[in-house]
Write a protein that binds this ligand. Sequence first.
Ligand SMILES: Cc1cc2nc3c(=O)[nH]c(=O)nc-3n(C[C@H](O)[C@H](O)[C@H](O)COP(=O)(O)OP(=O)(O)OC[C@H]3O[C@@H](n4cnc5c(N)ncnc54)[C@H](O)[C@@H]3O)c2cc1C
Length: 367
Amino acid sequence: MTIHIAGAGMAGLCSAARARELGLDVVVHEKGPRPGGSMLLSSCVVWRYLDLESFRRECPGGDADLQRAVIERLDEGLEWLRSLGAPVVWEETGNPRTIGLRFEPAGLTDALVRAAGVDIRFGELPPADAKPLLLATGGFQGDRSLVAKSVAPGGDLLLRANRWSTGDGLRLAHERGAGLTEAMGEFYGRAMPAPPAEVPEERFVELAQLYGRHALVLDEDGEEFAPEPVSWSETDLVQAIARRRGATAWYLVDEDALEVEVRGRTVRQMIEAARTAGGDVLLPNELGIELPATYRYAVHVIAGITTTLGGIRIDDRAHVLDEEGEPIAGLYAAGADAGGIASGGYASGLASALVIGRTAAETLAAE
Ligand SMILES: Cc1cc2nc3c(=O)[nH]c(=O)nc-3n(C[C@H](O)[C@H](O)[C@H](O)COP(=O)(O)OP(=O)(O)OC[C@H]3O[C@@H](n4cnc5c(N)ncnc54)[C@H](O)[C@@H]3O)c2cc1C
């Protein structure tokens, strides 16, 4: 029996590599021309919260069984990646809330492709009736109309992800009777320099503007709207920007904030990066609003979408569930296609892709 995997990103490759170890026969279909999906473009920090309690607190809308699976199975998954030869560049995340490893993304992709040992069929979708089928197509952030409908943005979002994840997994699962999770409008993203800035994919990490909680945030009408307080990950702020007119905002930065460090970079360096991309970095008085003289910069940002957080309903063995919560025979999902893990907050998409991707192979072997 041949198992079809749709998607050669983090979840699909982890699943294919684990399937090979378990002696399964696998075919990987990849819509794009290269392996690695969004993982290849990412910072590649694969992490989890310290315990289930903090995961529940940070992501209260998420499914507790799936969250427990990530907490219990991630460390083994990380050691497995290391054993496959994936290059580790940080032994810790640098965030006291979390533990994990940072990998070098091209090296991780190579290690997984090698371990999977299958010919990846590039530019190819799985046959519509493929069975068993693992959906690992990476979410629906690349489909503008679905995003407009579910995320309800105030304007077009900047796509900060691979171009091919356009909801194919979601549509196929829906056709086979799958249920969807709640919170289909939530997403993980970053504030990015707004047009006319040029944001090529190789600058996705570098151009992120991660200092919204150290800035005064105004929408295009000069209104303050940021959540209070803004969360440490700023995912809530980026979602709020997505719903304002134009999906854009102004970050007004006081001189005291300029030397604040966020994940190894100062606010000043992030603003400088926005300027080098051709983004609007103005003096606050150029916005025509009255502010204390200590404000130095007004940076125009747009909500960038990286992965959708809602999606196909699964159980903790990667079975796709129907609306009644019953498994659909022969259908599995992992990675961003499977929703409901980080709802209400933010968690590592790479971690859930690794854990549920590996689990899917183990479930298939057992069945
Ligand atoms: C700039 C950036 C920084 C990030 N930083 C981090 C980080 O530090 N830590 C973290 O945890 N996460 C991070 N992420 C998010 C992380 O990359 C994703 O959560 C993760 O890659 C999701 O895994 P996936 O397998 O679901 O999707 P992907 O890795 O994107 O793979 C999906 C694959 O499916 C393919 N595909 C789409 N449709 C089809 C189809 N119909 N048939 C076949 N193939 C299809 C796509 O081409 C793609 O190759 C970051 C992402 C970006 C873009």
